[in-house]
Design a protein around this ligand. Structure first.
Ligand code: GLV
Ligand code: MN
Ligand code: MN
Length: 393
């Protein structure tokens, strides 16, 4: 039986309704939010209708299990606080459509907290054994909630962890989330490898004081420390990075955040990504040394949080070849092989079984924004490439 493109698109649009926000197809469905849990309950129902056994594990990863040994396909259904309708959701719904339309046994998964409300791809990191549950339980989100409390919100659904040995491999379809395919008017990217990531919280603590009376030379201003730190690392990274290296300070919490108070404390996220682990390590040295130097120069204390990371991962050659064959059949001349600069659950699952990934274009290269989108025609091409890949594998 062939895939049903309309049923696939209808389910994608239905999933978008959970946490629909902002403009266009925007979604706000952070891990363990009411919208996320409602979406997972709905997905579990859709899995059951497709004769897949719904199974929530202790951290809220949702599986739809085919009997016996099967291929695993899927992605995640949580979103960034301001996200789009396709990041993660596409891979889950495409997997469901392939599982219910084909003859071979396919299990489906929606991993929990891929978007890193608590860590980095938290649910698949725990399932793959890379992140011990006891360590994960101590992770805290930007609002001060503990991971243990968040996963407790799904306690009534939880069963045990699924044995990875029942799966023969993992395929994940995703939007590219960057400009390469769209700019080049291509339809499909077959992923070669996924870059590595490092992520930690840094804190500068100075002295909170009156913004009118405290002379500039006596201030121990935590925001000024962050500002100087940012300039220093940007300068020092120039000698180390490649054009593919990226780094981001995406969350900043200035305390107490008032116009007339010299900030006494700043807590911020520091994230950097690259395909080369030595370069990631050199960047870490620069970050640590720069924080120390700025701390001394401005008279603020500094503290580094738990460092989270995922190593760069190559895709499995055989599974990747099937995707390339599928791309060549469905979209001849309009596909390419490419690395992934975004992180994916496949990075963790690669520790357990062979994995491969396929991308469809993101309009204007935008993602992690309400404006994220892909044409429905391109979504269906991606689905058909997976179908063709399964036929050739
Ligand atoms: C995953 O969403 C990432 O941040 O790459
Ligand atoms: Mn994603
Ligand atoms: Mn994402």
């Amino acid at each position: 039986m062939a895939v049903n493109a309309q049923r696939f698109l209808d389910d994608l649009h239905k999933l978008r309704e959970f946490g629909a926000s902002g403009v266009g197809n925007g979604v706000s469905r952070p891990a363990y939010s009411d919208a996320d849990i409602a979406a997972r309950r709905w997905l579990a129902g859709r899995f059951a209708e497709a004769c897949l056994e719904p199974h929530f594990d202790p951290v809220g990863n949702l599986f739809g299990l085919a009997p016996g040994k099967s291929l695993l396909m899927g992605s995640h259904s949580d979103s960034q606080p301001e996200g789009g309708w396709l990041d993660g959701a596409l891979g889950v719904v495409a997997a469901l459509e392939l599982a219910r339309s084909g003859d071979r046994p396919i299990s489906v998964v929606s991993f929990q907290d891929e978007e890193g409300r608590f860590g980095v791809t938290t649910g698949s990191a725990i399932w793959s054994g890379k992140l011990p549950l006891e360590h994960a339980d101590d992770l805290i989100d930007h609002g001060g909630m503990r991971f243990s409390a968040a996963r407790g919100r799904m306690r009534d659904l939880a069963q045990g962890f699924v044995d990875p040995n029942r799966f023969t491999g993992f395929l994940e379809m995703h939007i590219e989330q960057g400009p390469v395919l769209d700019t080049n008017k291509e339809k499909i990217g077959v992923v070669t490898d996924i870059v590595g990531i490092r992520d930690m919280v840094i804190e500068f603590s100075g002295q909170q004081n009156h913004a009118g009376t405290t002379p500039m030379h006596l201030r121990r201003d935590a925001f000024q420390a962050l500002s100087a730190f940012n300039s220093l690392i940007n300068d020092r990274f120039k000698n180390v990075v490649s054009p593919q290296t990226v780094w981001t300070i995406g969350h900043v919490d200035v305390h107490p955040s008032a116009s007339s108070i010299v900030p006494g404390q700043v807590r911020f996220s520091m994230q950097w990504r690259d395909g080369d682990v030595d370069r990631l390590a050199r960047m870490e040295s620069i970050i640590r040394a720069s924080a120390e130097e700025i701390g001394r120069a401005i008279g603020v204390e500094f503290r580094f949080g738990q460092m989270l990371g995922i190593e760069p991962v190559e895709m499995d050659p055989e599974l990747r070849q099937s995707l390339e064959d599928g791309a060549q059949t469905v979209a001849p001349g309009t596909w390419r092989v490419m690395p992934s600069g975004a992180l994916h659950d496949a990075s963790n699952v690669a520790a357990l079984m062979p994995v491969a990934m396929v991308f469809v274009p993101s309009i204007n290269g935008i993602s992690h924004d309400f404006a994220e989108d892909t044409s429905e025609a391109d979504l269906v091409i991606g689905l058909q490439v997976l179908e063709a890949a399964l036929a050739s594998h």
